[in-house]
Design a protein around this ligand. Structure first.
Ligand code: C2E
Ligand code: CA
Ligand code: CA
Length: 761
C-alpha cells in the first residue's frame, strides 16, 4: 500500500516542517508578547511532532511505534491548545478571559494526555498492529474512546477557525489580509485531517499544515503588517484628514491633493490663484533651500479674515534624492486669534489700549538701539488731583479721564513713537526731540471733561521731560528722571512742563532721604518751636509767631525753607503742622498756668486743608488743653484762601465765631485784588516787607504799601507788618498806620527758653 514515492513525499513534508518551525523559532526567540509566546509554544510542538513522525517512519518494533504514536498524539493536542490561545490573542478574544472555561479547557487537554499515557499500557484507545509482515508495516487501530482525543483536537481547530472568521466579519475589509491566510490554512487543515482519518490511504499532511499555519501566523500577525494595509490606511488618512495636503514633485507640479485640499481650492476664495502662486513661489524657493519651513497666510473669506498655517517639508528616497515637497495647510484662525489675544493682553493696558509698562520698556530699548543717532525725549505725564477725581466722582469717571489722557497722547504722537500707561494716572512717551513742540503739549495739558450734564471738570496734566543723553541708562531710570522733572512743576499753577536737570536728581534724593527720616524726627521731638516776637506801636511784645526748626542729627539746625517745601509737596507737612500746633498749645497751657497773657500765632499750610477738618482740629486742641481760643492765632496764607474761596470763607467765619483770631499771611504775594479782600472776614493782614522790597523802585513800593494800609484801615482790619529790618521802615509804617511789627529789627526767631528769658519777665 505504501509506495516509495509516498514514503519519500511524507518524509519531505516532515523535513520541511522541521525546517520551517526551526527557522521560525530562531526568529522568534526574543519576542516577548503573549501572542508570540503562545505561537512559539505551538511551533515547538509542531517541531517535536515532525521529528517524532520522521523517527516513526523508520523500521521499529511495535512497542516503539506505540510509544512514538502516543507522543505524537499528546503533542498534537498541546499544539492545538497553544494555537487556540494564540488565535484568541490576535483576535482580541484573549482579553475577554473567562477563567472558568479556560481552566476547564486546560483540564480537558491534561485529561487527554493522561488517557494517552494509560493507553500506552492498556491499549484501550488505540493499538499498533502489524498489517504486512513482509514489508513490516504497522497500522493504528483505534477504539471508540479515542473519539475523546479527536473531539478535543477538532473542537479546538474548529473553534479557532470560527473565531478567525467571526473576527474577519466584524472588521473592515482592509484588515482581512491579516487573517485570511491563517484562516484558509486552518480550514484546509481541518478538511485534510478529516480526510486522512476517514479515507484510508489518504496522505497525512497535518504536520506541514501546522507548520505553514504557524508561518502565516508569524508573518501576518507578528512580523509584518501587509503593505497593502498600511498603504490603504495612509491614503484614507490623507484623504479624510481636516488638513489640506498637497504633494508637489521636484518640478513643482502637484501630484496629489487630498479631499480637503480640493475643497479648499474649489471654494470661492477670491485669492485662490494668488495662493497657488504664492505657494508655488515659496515652494520653488524652498526646494532650493532643501529645508522644511512653516509660514502663515491670511485670506478673506465671507468677509472674515482667515489665517492658514502652511508647513512644507521635503521628501527624499532612501538614497537621499529629493522626490518633492509635501505641503500641509490648515485653518489656524482660532488658535491664531487666541494667540493674538493673549499676546495683546500681555503687552497692552486693558483700560486704555496703550502698551503696558513692561512692553513699553522693551520696545523703547529696541527703538533707541535701532536709532543711535536720533535724539530722544522721555516724557511722562501725571494728572493733577487724579485721586480727588477718583474719590469724588467715582472710579468709572476716573477711568474716563485715563482714556482721555490716552487719546491726548495718541494725538501727540506720530506713527513711530511709543507711549504707554505706566500704571495709575501715569503715562510715558518716547519721541524724537525734533518732533517735540512745547506749545502743542501745553495746549493739550488742559482739557475739560464733561462727566454728566451737570458736572464738567477741568483735567490738568503735567509733563516731565528728560532729554536722553546717557543711553546706557535703563529705560526705567529714564522714566524716573522724567518723573522727577514733573515734581519740579507740580503745584505751580503757571507751569505745565518740567525739564529734567541733574540738580533735580540730587534734590529728589534729598527729598527721599528726609521723607524717610520724618517719622523718627517726630517721634524723637527733633522739631523745635522758635518764637519771633510781634511788637506793638508802643514797642511792647504782645505775642509771637511760632516758626519751625529741624534739629537734624546730621545736618544740624535746618531752616523751614530747606525741608517744608518737600513735605508740602508730598503732603507730609500735615503731620509736622499738627505736631507744631499741639506743642504750641502745650506751651500756651504752661504760660497760662504761669500767668503769662501773651498769644502765639501758628502757620497753617494750604496742604493742611486737604488733610484736616481745620475747624475740628483746632477746637479740639484748645478744648483738650483748656486754652481760650483768642490766645492761639491762626495764619492762613492768601493763596490758601483764594484757592478755595467759598469754603475757606465759611471756615474762617466759624473759627472766628468760636473765638479764634485769623490772620491772612503773606498778603500781597498772591493775586488777590484789593477788591476781593473786602469779602474775606479775617481779623488781620500780614504784609511782608520783602514782597515790596522785591520791587526796585522804592518809592513805587511805598505807594503800594501805603494804599494797602489805607484800604485796610477803611475795612477795619488790623495790619501786622513782618520782615521789618530798619528804623526807616518802622518810621514809615508808623506814619501809615501799622498796628504791629515783626522783624529782625526787633528780634530774630529764637528758642523758647530765650524768648521766655527776654520777654516774659
Ligand atoms: P512766614 O510765615 O512768612 O514766616 C516769616 C518768615 O520771615 C520766617 O522765616 C522769619 O524768620 C522770617 N523773617 C522774620 N523777620 C524777618 C526779617 O526782618 N527779614 C527777613 N529777611 N526775614 C524775616 P522762617 O522761619 O525761615 O520761615 C519761613 C516760612 O516757613 C514761613 O514764612 C512759613 O511760611 C513757613 N513756616 C515756618 N514754620 C512753619 C510751620 O510750623 N508750619 C508751616 N506750615 N509753615 C511754617
Ligand atoms: Ca507766618
Ligand atoms: Ca508771612
Amino acid at each position: 500500500m505504501y509506495t516509495n514515492y509516498y514514503f519519500f513525499f511524507i518524509l519531505c513534508s516532515y523535513i520541511a516542517s522541521i525546517a520551517i518551525t526551526g527557522f521560525l523559532l530562531v526568529r522568534m526567540h526574543a519576542m516577548k508578547s503573549k501572542s508570540a509566546i503562545m505561537l512559539r509554544h505551538s511551533l515547538i510542538c509542531t517541531f517535536l511532532t515532525a521529528i517524532t513522525c520522521s523517527v516513526a517512519m523508520q523500521d521499529t518494533l511495535p512497542s516503539t511505534s506505540m510509544l512514538l504514536q502516543t507522543i505524537i498524539s499528546m503533542i498534537s493536542t498541546w499544539n492545538i491548545f497553544f494555537f487556540v490561545l494564540f488565535c484568541r490573542r490576535i483576535t482580541d478574544e484573549g482579553n475577554k478571559v473567562n477563567r472558568f472555561l479556560h481552566i476547564g479547557y486546560r483540564l480537558l487537554v491534561v485529561a487527554d494526555s493522561i488517557s494517552l499515557i494509560i493507553n500506552y499500557f492498556t491499549g484501550c484507545l488505540f493499538q499498533i498492529v502489524l498489517i504486512d509482515p513482509n514489508t513490516n508495516q504497522y497500522a493504528m487501530l483505534t477504539y471508540s474512546p479515542y473519539v475523546f482525543h479527536y473531539a478535543i483536537c477538532y473542537g479546538s481547530l474548529i473553534y479557532s477557525f470560527t473565531l478567525l472568521l467571526v473576527t474577519m466579519r466584524s472588521l473592515p475589509r482592509i484588515y482581512w489580509s491579516r487573517y485570511y491566510w491563517i484562516t484558509l490554512c486552518l480550514g484546509l487543515l481541518i478538511i485534510w485531517d478529516a480526510a486522512s482519518i476517514l479515507v484510508p490511504g489518504f496522505p497525512n499532511l497535518n504536520v506541514i499544515g501546522y507548520a505553514l499555519a504557524g508561518l502565516f501566523a508569524y508573518h501576518l500577525s507578528l512580523d509584518h503588517v501587509p503593505v497593502g494595509v498600511t498603504n490603504q490606511i495612509l491614503s484614507l488618512l490623507s484623504k479624510q484628514m481636516d488638513y489640506m495636503f498637497f504633494f508637489f514633485d521636484q518640478f513643482g507640479r502637484c501630484l496629489y491633493m487630498n479631499d480637503s485640499a480640493c475643497e479648499f481650492l474649489k471654494t470661492d476664495l477670491t485669492r485662490t490663484d494668488d495662493i497657488l502662486d504664492e505657494l508655488s513661489e515659496k515652494l520653488t524657493h524652498q526646494l532650493d533651500l532643501q529645508e522644511d519651513s512653516s509660514f502663515e497666510i491670511e485670506l478673506q473669506k465671507d468677509g472674515k479674515t482667515l489665517t492658514y498655517a502652511i508647513k512644507c517639508s521635503g521628501l527624499t528616497d532612501e538614497d537621499g534624492n529629493a522626490l518633492g515637497r509635501s505641503v500641509l495647510i490648515f485653518d489656524y484662525t482660532k488658535e491664531y486669534e487666541a494667540y493674538r489675544r493673549t499676546r495683546y493682553h500681555a503687552t497692552h493696558d486693558r483700560l486704555t489700549g496703550t502698551y503696558n509698562k513692561d512692553y513699553f520698556i522693551d520696545q523703547a530699548e529696541k527703538l533707541l538701539n535701532a536709532n543711535p543717532t536720533e535724539e530722544y525725549l522721555m516724557i511722562t505725564s501725571d494728572v493733577k488731583d487724579f485721586k480727588l477725581i477718583n474719590d469724588t466722582l467715582g472710579t468709572s469717571q476716573g477711568d474716563r479721564v485715563l482714556k482721555r489722557i490716552a487719546d491726548i497722547l495718541r494725538n501727540l504722537t506720530r506713527d513711530k513713537e511709543l507711549y504707554c500707561r505706566l500704571g495709575g494716572d501715569r503715562f510715558a512717551l518716547l519721541m524724537p526731540r525734533r518732533y517735540f513742540d512745547e506749545e502743542v503739549f501745553i495746549r493739550n495739558s488742559t482739557d475739560m471733561i464733561q462727566f454728566d450734564q451737570m458736572i464738567s471738570y477741568p483735567v490738568n496734566v503735567y509733563f516731565g521731560v528728560y532729554a536722553i543723553e546717557d543711553r546706557t541708562l535703563p529705560v526705567a531710570t529714564m522714566i524716573d528722571r522724567s518723573f522727577i522733572a514733573i515734581n519740579s512743576v507740580k503745584g505751580i499753577s503757571t507751569h505745565r512742563i518740567g525739564y529734567y536737570d541733574d540738580s533735580m536728581r540730587s534734590n529728589a534724593l534729598r527729598a527721599q532721604q528726609l521723607t524717610a527720616e520724618l517719622d523718627a524726627a517726630l517721634r524723637d521731638e527733633d522739631f523745635l518751636l522758635y518764637l519771633q516776637p510781634q511788637v506793638t506801636v508802643e514797642r511792647e511784645v504782645s505775642g509771637a509767631e511760632v516758626l519751625i526748626r529741624w534739629n537734624h542729627p546730621v545736618n544740624g539746625l535746618m531752616m523751614p525753607g530747606s525741608f517744608l517745601p518737600i513735605f508740602e509737596q508730598n503732603g507730609q507737612i500735615a503731620k509736622i503742622d499738627y505736631y507744631i500746633w499741639e506743642h504750641t498749645c502745650i506751651l500756651l497751657r504752661k504760660w497760662i498756668d504761669a500767668g503769662v497773657s501773651q498769644y502765639l500765632s501758628v502757620n497753617i499750610s494750604p496742604t493742611d486743608f486737604m488733610f484736616y477738618n481745620i475747624y475740628d482740629v483746632f477746637t479740639e486742641l484748645v478744648q483738650k488743653y483748656q486754652i481760650p481760643p483768642n490766645r492761639l492765632r491762626l495764619e492762613i496764607t492768601e493763596t490758601a484762601i483764594i484757592h478755595n474761596i467759598d469754603e475757606t470763607l465759611i471756615l474762617i467765619k466759624r473759627l472766628q465765631d468760636y473765638g479764634f483770631y485769623i490772620e491772612m499771611d503773606d498778603f500781597g504775594s498772591g493775586y488777590s485784588s484789593l477788591n476781593t479782600l473786602k469779602d474775606i472776614p479775617v481779623d488781620a493782614l500780614k504784609v511782608d516787607m520783602k514782597f515790596l522790597s522785591a520791587s526796585k523802585n522804592v518809592s513805587r513800593s511805598r505807594i503800594i504799601l501805603s494804599s494797602i494800609l489805607a484800604m485796610a484801615k477803611e475795612l477795619k482790619l488790623s495790619i501786622i507788618t513782618e520782615g521789618v529790618e530798619t528804623e526807616d521802615q518802622v518810621v514809615f509804617l508808623r506814619e501809615h498806620g501799622t498796628d504791629m511789627y515783626q522783624g529782625f529789627y526787633f528780634a530774630k526767631p529764637m528758642p523758647i527758653e530765650d524768648y521766655e528769658h527776654l520777654y516774659l519777665k
